[in-house]
Design a protein around this ligand. Structure first.
Ligand code: FAD
Length: 486
């Protein structure tokens, strides 16, 4: 680090320690290392990390970074798969883990106010005790935070019927990139004026830091049925997905797993999946008790007509939970196959699932890689997991090449770059595959209205050459690629 940059970092540490106390400010090498990665393949160390305990402390931390001209990056649980919380330009990581209180639950008006570090499942469980729920359920929900969900506009298996995070956020308190605090939206539906809550949700930390979130809550469904349909051929499972939706049925969840994932899950979790199947569909319907049996029968006959070998309906809550544990533990289970995975969440039209799955299999063969699939089939939201060993440089290179080819296949099919994981660093250079320079310029102007200095999570979302942060020429500019990517 050049001397002027080192001076600025030292002054930042002093300011932060003055406001937060030394206990919550970290700058030793091993501490910076711990905040240098998320669940993507990107890596970059921050200069300083702090863990504020209130909105006022978040605002003070932002002001301290901006005063020194240093970038700042919000961090929830670091489960992001697009590199969003990786501080690629150095500067300050502001961890929200201490802001983890559920502040208010109002069942009559159907909202909850939470701090951003509240874990998704913690809110859902608190509501569940009272017969209510928070709908968006990322598979990472045991760990990921509502602040991260808001920033990434996260989805989950049940977002097929209920929509993604943007459909469930009524308002946010935000520390803007100049350190001021504002409220967007409200505690109730607030349709007047510009939908600034809608602009903020999905902004990936580039428009400020959410310090409170007002979540829409819902009654838990009266009844639920969960089915597992197994297939000898992947194409039959894909055909069933399109046929179920075409029949006018919108299940609460419609997930697909291929043979290698099924076997890895079985070894790891023992969810009761058939290990000789080429694919399974995990299908859930919920609603009023009476209508559910009819929906189950319709889905069963559609699946069987498309070649399902068996359609099993969970006959107890314990069995249902086991089926879901398999799906939600699938990404962890693949660690049994290879040390790492690389994952893009491209979206394709449902009717193109099969052809894009074939393109993925072709990429695997061409690059001598193992790719397994577990995904939100009902939304056409693919999750090909390219398995590899990061110690093998040649294999790692082939992984990146195959990843790009898969994303090109998704876009060529009429799809897009991400269904729920966000753009972050992993896909920012692909943005101009789907947006014109004019589109990107317009989005950049919106971002700059919130963050004219470009210090809020710089170099994310927009293609690198457009990154709006004017990073200083003293060591806080882009880092060498070799250091940044596995
Ligand atoms: C095993 C596994 C399964 C997953 N399954 C799903 C899934 O089903 N659906 C899905 O959508 N995603 C899924 N994800 C991705 C990830 O969990 C989500 O993107 C999640 O919302 C990230 O939350 P986080 O708290 O970990 O955020 P982080 O990774 O810490 O941050 C994510 C982004 O949010 C920003 N950010 C964090 N907090 C704030 C805040 N308070 N204000 C402003 N910006 C903030 C960060 O700067 C970063 O850009 C999965 C990840 C894993 C590892």
């Amino acid at each position: 680090m050049s001397p002027p940059a080192a001076d600025r970092v030292r002054r930042l540490v002093e300011s932060l320690e003055g406001v937060l106390g030394k206990r919550w400010v970290f700058h030793r090498d091993e501490e910076r290392l711990a905040y240098s990665y998320d669940a993507s393949l990107a890596r970059a160390r921050p200069d300083v990390v702090c863990l504020p305990g209130s909105t006022a402390e978040v605002a003070a931390a932002v002001r301290a970074a901006v005063r020194e001209g240093l970038p700042f990056v919000a961090r929830g649980a670091g489960t992001g798969i697009a590199g969003g919380s990786v501080p690629v330009a150095g500067g300050l990581v502001i961890g929200l883990a201490r802001l983890n209180r559920i502040l208010e639950i109002d069942l009559a008006d159907r909202y909850a106010v939470v701090e951003p570090g509240v874990v998704n499942l913690t809110l859902d469980q608190a509501l569940g005790q009272q017969g209510y729920c928070y709908r968006p359920d990322p598979s990472s929900q045991k760990v990921c935070t509502l602040g991260g969900n808001v920033a990434n506009n996260s989805g989950g298996p049940h977002c097929l019927a209920y929509g993604v995070t943007a459909n469930h956020i009524l308002g946010v308190e935000v520390v803007l990139p100049d350190g001021s605090v504002t409220e967007l939206g409200a505690r109730h539906v607030d349709p007047l004026g510009y939908d600034l809550t809608g602009v903020f949700v999905g902004s990936e930390g580039t428009m400020g830091i959410a310090t409170k979130v007002v979540c829409r809550i819902a009654r838990s469904a009266e009844g639920v049925r969960t089915m597992l349909a197994s297939y000898a051929r992947m194409e039959d499972a894909a055909a069933s997905v399109s046929a179920i939706i075409a029949a006018g049925i919108v299940p609460a969840a419609l997930e697909m797993m291929d043979g290698p994932i099924i076997r890895a899950v079985e070894e790891f979790i023992g969810a009761g999946y058939p290990v000789d199947a080429a694919a399974v569909l995990l299908i859930e319907v919920e609603g009023l008790g009476e209508g559910l049996d009819g929906a189950v029968r319709s889905i069963e006959s559609i699946c069987k007509a498309r070649g399902a070998r068996q359609v099993r309906v969970a006959d107890s809550e314990a069995e249902r939970q086991r089926l879901w544990a398999g799906r939600k533990g699938a990404l962890g289970a693949v660690a049994r196959l290879k040390p790492r995975y690389y994952l893009h969440d491209g979206v394709v039209p449902r009717t193109r699932l099969l052809s894009v799955l074939q393109a993925i299999a072709d990429a695997a063969a061409r690059h001598r890689l193992t790719i397994v699939n577990v995904f939100h089939a009902g939304d056409g939201n693919l999750h090909p997991l390219i398995l590899f060993d990061p110690a093998d440089a040649d294999e790692t290179h082939r992984v990146h090449v195959a990843g790009e080819e898969i994303m090109r296949a998704c876009v060529a099919s009429g799809g897009t770059l991400s269904g729920e994981h966000g753009i972050g660093l992993e896909k920012n250079d692909m943005m101009d595959w789907v947006y014109s320079p004019e589109d990107l310029e317009a989005m950049q102007r919106v971002r700059s209205a919130f963050d004219p200095e470009g210090l809020a999570n710089p170099q994310k979302v927009f293609p690198a050459r457009r990154g709006c942060a004017e990073l200083r020429a003293d060591g806080h500019g882009g880092r060498p690629a070799g250091e940044m990517w596995i």
